[in-house]
Design a protein around this ligand. Structure first.
Ligand SMILES: [Cu+2]
Length: 205
């Protein structure tokens, strides 16, 4: 776990420096091709690490200031999730899920579909027995609008038919109450990113 925490911190630093130097980083990417090109560019300075899956988060229309990333790695006891987002309102809470389609091309990210729910369960929180596989709870921003979350999840899978690879991570405008059906009343989608293998992004250079 210590190694992963260090890796996360290093990636966050690289991400931030890459961001501040890129004038077009927060620009809206209206086509899939543009988005893919941006995704490749944004990932350029990530360390090459096998078995790491990353979703680069891009703000949806009207939320262009929001950006960040989510990393997923297999751990002995589950899937380790490290999320970092910036450009959020200060001291706010935002629903955070894996959605069923790896398509963030719609301006409002509705193209990502609903929560990833391969077992047909009810919506819940990350610690609920009854939950969608994609139910990851909430991101909490600080006074600077920065959110960071590290957690070990026991429902996500990175292999097999219910793998989250190729799906999308979505951040919502409002708090997920973890109980309301079907989506926790988390509101509009403010950021979205497709989950891809970190080493695949390396190959796309
Ligand atoms: Cu969601």
């Amino acid at each position: 776990m210590k190694l992963k925490t260090m890796l996360t911190a290093a990636s966050a630093a690289v991400f931030l420096s890459a961001c501040s130097g890129e004038s077009d980083h927060s620009a809206a990417h209206t086509t899939v091709a543009e988005h893919a090109e941006h995704e490749m560019h944004a990932s350029y300075e990530y360390p090459a690490t096998n078995g790491v899956y990353v979703a680069m988060l891009h703000g949806t229309e009207g939320n262009e200031n929001v950006h960040g990333f989510v990393m997923f790695t297999q751990d002995e006891d589950g899937v380790f999730v490290a999320a970092h987002a910036e450009g959020l309102p200060a001291n706010s809470v935002h629903g955070f899920h894996v959605h069923e389609f790896g398509d963030c091309s719609a301006p409002d990210a509705t193209s990502a579909g609903g929560h990833f729910n391969p077992h047909g369960r009810d919506h819940g929180g990350p610690d609920s027995e009854e939950r969608h596989v994609g139910d990851l709870g909430n991101l909490h921003s600080d006074e600077n609008g920065i959110a960071h979350l590290e957690m070990l999840d026991h429902k996500l899978e990175l292999n097999g038919p219910n793998s989250i690879i190729g799906k999308a991570v979505v951040v919502h405008a409002q708090e997920d109450d973890l109980t309301s059906q079907p989506v926790g009343e988390a509101g509009a989608r403010i950021a979205c990113g497709v989950i891809v293998a970190d080493d695949e992004m390396e190959h796309q250079r």
